[in-house]
Design a protein. Structure first.
Length: 512
């Protein structure tokens, strides 16, 4: 029995949200806002700003706020993609860890113009990752200038179908272009490939003209908006409904489908009910759960998801669920549920990079294998590339998931200004000790006999709590007069210090 799939699109002036449902369950969510419009797939004419042989990479000015990162492994023969001379091989001298000089060969040089395409969105302070091997995605095919082969999507698994599609792709492939057959092309005929290919070649002709005329850095090609790229990439024959609540977007999608996939038109629906579309499909509450650390499992147990700078850590807990059977059997049952939910959460939250899962301990190697197999089975639904290692004897599973854009957690949230994203704040005692060290440094460095301190009311209260107050002790110890003022607008760990002699705030000057 085929799985029921639906795509629900909610469009407003501030954002567009696209939800993918499988059997009514939210499995993927895409959010696009004007202030963080996606760059994935965009093609730029950039300038190599700095080649760093030690990193085997270069930084490229493409016109964005932060330079793009181009690894040498992503450098193709530029001459075949932009009509210019072949990529130069430059010999550069570098120092190794021991301080000795060595010569390395780099495929780029500073100041060189280069055509690049974004393959990973900028994340945090990091710029986008780019490749010089550009490609143009169509409905059924991906066109790759400068290549000479035809490939098939790894998600098409039937051997006979792969052979058929490869045969068609090779028969229609133009000289000096490579082709990749996309997943949605399964079951399609030669004529459909030819039409899609002609559209791509027309696009490339326009793009190639811009490459020669544009002055770097410049945007050469902008990929489809989030809504249209989802329609292009996810609208397979098993999509039962494509529901849109914006009349304007509905008409645009209708025109787009009429051109590229008319057989999908019966699935397209315009939502007219008064109830908000995401409320009607019970999606809104599920979106709220995306930002929660804790996710409860059906039948007992829960998982805790913690993103860190280096990786995402997921802990599996039994909670109060004990079950009536032996510990090993109960652990297996919870771990299997957790594996299914983790695979879904990775897709839903769009978590990428290194992921470590701490499952409940199991003694039996066969049971650990069952959990690994369950994880592998459910991860197959994921469009992102994943690599999963078997569970260790400690119940630890390590995996990587392709990171293309920031996880949804960072779309909906920003770091707390108080804890600065750490989840912890200094204790009151730590704040008072830090303040005392500041006074000591100020008095020793300036020899000034007085200062005006402005602190949070809680800190002021702690400093003046009793007759033998901390404030009194500070003034006697350092032979300084402190005029204390309160400001509830300050964080507890913030303070201002006014120097009467210098007539300015000097808090930052004597902080460490």
């Amino acid at each position: 029995m085929d799985m029921k799939k639906e795509i629900i699109i909610n469009a407003s002036t501030t954002e567009t949200r696209i939800a993918m449902l499988e059997e009514g369950e939210l499995v993927e969510l895409f959010v696009e806002r004007p202030q963080n419009e996606r760059t994935l797939g965009n093609i730029y004419k950039g300038i190599v700003r700095k080649v760093v042989p030690g990193m085997q990479a270069a930084f490229v000015n493409f016109g964005g706020e932060t330079d793009a990162f181009l690894h040498f492994s992503d450098v193709a023969d530029v001459g075949r993609t932009n009509g210019n001379v072949s990529t130069p091989i430059v010999e550069m001298e570098v120092l190794n860890a021991a301080g000795a000089r060595s010569t390395v060969r780099a495929p780029l040089k500073n100041g060189q113009e280069i055509i690049v395409q974004v393959i990973k969105e900028p994340i945090g302070s990091k710029g986008p990752r780019v490749t010089s091997q550009v490609s143009l995605p169509g409905r059924f095919l991906v066109l790759i200038p400068g290549q000479n082969d035809a490939g098939i999507s790894r998600r098409i698994t039937h051997l006979d179908e792969r052979r058929r599609l490869r045969s068609i792709a090779r028969s229609v492939r133009p000289k000096s272009f490579g082709l990749i057959v996309r997943t949605v092309a399964e079951g399609r005929q030669t004529e459909e490939f030819k039409n899609d290919l002609q559209n791509l070649l027309d696009q490339w002709k326009e793009l190639d003209k811009k490459i020669h005329e544009a002055k770097a850095p410049a945007l050469i090609y902008r990929d489809l908006s989030m809504a249209f790229s989802v329609v292009r990439d996810l609208c397979t024959p098993d999509i039962g409904a494509l529901v849109v609540d914006s009349k304007t977007l509905y008409r645009e999608v209708e025109k787009y489908l009429r051109d590229i996939s008319p057989q999908m038109l019966p699935a397209l629906q315009f939502y007219t009910a008064k109830t908000p579309i995401f409320d009607h499909y019970r999606i809104e509450q599920k979106i709220e759960n995306i930002i929660s650390r804790k996710v409860f499992l059906d039948g007992g147990g829960y998982i805790v998801i913690d993103p860190t700078e280096a990786m995402t850590v997921i802990d599996v807990n039994s909670g109060r669920f004990m079950g009536r059977k032996a510990h090993e059997e109960n652990s297996l049952r919870i771990n299997l549920r957790a594996a299914r939910e983790i695979a879904r959460q990775l897709r839903l939250r769009d978590i990428g990079g290194l992921i470590v899962v701490d499952f409940i301990d199991q003694e039996d190697e066969k049971n650990r294998r069952k959990v690994y197999d369950e994880m592998k089975r459910h991860i197959r639904q994921d469009r992102a590339k994943t690599d999963v290692a078997p569970l260790s004897q400690f119940g630890i599973l390590e995996m990587t998931r392709q990171r293309l854009r920031p996880a949804l957690l960072f779309t909906f949230n920003e770091p707390c200004p108080t804890c600065r994203g750490s989840g912890m704040v200094p204790s009151l005692e730590t704040i008072l000790t830090k303040l005392e060290r500041w006074i000591s440094r100020f008095r020793h460095s300036t020899k000034e006999p007085r200062v005006r301190l402005t602190v949070h009311p809680e800190v002021a209260n702690a400093l003046t709590a009793d007759k033998k107050s901390r404030m009194r002790q500070l003034m006697l110890k350092h032979l300084i007069y402190i005029k204390l003022e309160e400001d509830p607008e300050l964080r507890e760990d913030e303070f201002r210090a006014y120097s009467y002699r210098q007539k300015k705030d000097v808090a930052a000057e004597f902080s460490i």
